[in-house]
Design a protein around this ligand. Sequence first.
Ligand code: V47
Ligand code: SF4
Length: 396
Amino acid sequence: MNHNSIETVLLDKNLDADLKEIAKKVSLNERISDAECNHLFDKAPLGYLGVLANYIRERKNGNNTYFNRNFHVEPTNICVYTCTFCAYSRLIKQREEGWELSIEQIFDNIKKYDGIPVTEVHITGGVVPKQDFAFYTELFRKIKSHRPDLHIKALTPVEYHYIFKKAKLSYEEGMRSMIEAGLDSMPGGGAEIFYPEIRDQIAGGKCSAEQWLELHEIFHKMGKRSNATMLYGHIESYWHRVDHLRQLRELQDKTGGFQTFIPLKFRNKNNQLSHVPEVSAIEDLRNYAISRIYLDNFDHIKAYWPMIGRTLAQLSMAFGVDDIDGTIDDSTKIYSMAGAEEQSPTLSTEELVNMIKSVGRRPIERDTLYNEIRDYQDYDFSNDKKIGFLELPVIQ
Ligand code: V47
Ligand code: SF4
């Protein structure tokens, strides 16, 4: 669609030499350096970034924009940690306004989706002592024996580090047991910002960057896939983002186990960083595009639409994003409490498909591992009410 525009960028007399060199590298499918990535953050105009990111996006994924049918389960909204950006932190959350679900309660919630064509359950929330190794292995087993084809994408290195330490298990032993119990893949959370001085200030006490990366590496080596995130737009500088992206790119070179990168925009409601202003939509688009340009070994860049809103998610598809997740119920409280755009993020499949089509992309439903389930480009919703509507029961 836009392949000629990169030629225009290459011929642009007003661009500085470094930006020209970066455009040349992108056109030749060459990797950009950390210094070049820093230069993009410091100097690159939005239009230029859009052209480069879109060029890469179309080279990798054509015109496709992916989504999946998943639902979220949050076993608890209480947490032993004190991340300053988080509305679940023990310094913010009063026990009375918290919930801590039992295995039976979670399982009942999962059973509400029986007969509904969801392909994935995304399980994540706070960290509490009761929800330990035995709790999660039993929960995963129960889900799998009830619905074996439901993909379990659950917990992050933050939870696993805490759970395995408490159970006195090595990371390898712990991960193997979780996989045996039914864990299929790992979501990208808990990464925040890897650089120690920033990490200590916003996420002190939880697993370190090295531990986060090690757990993903072990998981990948066991043949499993996972995602990666970066929480941006708070107290970090651009070079901290570059440092974060570098570590992800290096691990991906080693294992190839990451499927998608999800930049997460810091939202400032109900947390200890409420005095920090949120970054602009322009900054979000620049960040998506630069991530797409730098992470040449990641197949997908995801915009999490409940967090940034539908309009920005639509715009992001011109800045490197080829996936808009698929959250289709309103139980994801960690974001709504922190001031996410979509207070009640329920979209029917038809609305999601129209959102993608109206910006000229091809809507493709995928499973968690990016196998194509259905191409919705020419789909006629009037014939199929069951697929057209995904108004799901509210969990919790
Ligand atoms: O690690 C918490 C973030 C993450 C705030 O893998 C906040 O498919 C912004 O990782 N402002 C967890 N962000 C969620 C996550 C995720 C979400 C959707 C899909 C996938 C996937 C993964 O949420 C945390 C943290 O970085 N978060 N509080 C906040 N105030
Ligand atoms: Fe707990 Fe995660 Fe919130 Fe940190 S971000 S306080 S680890 S729920």
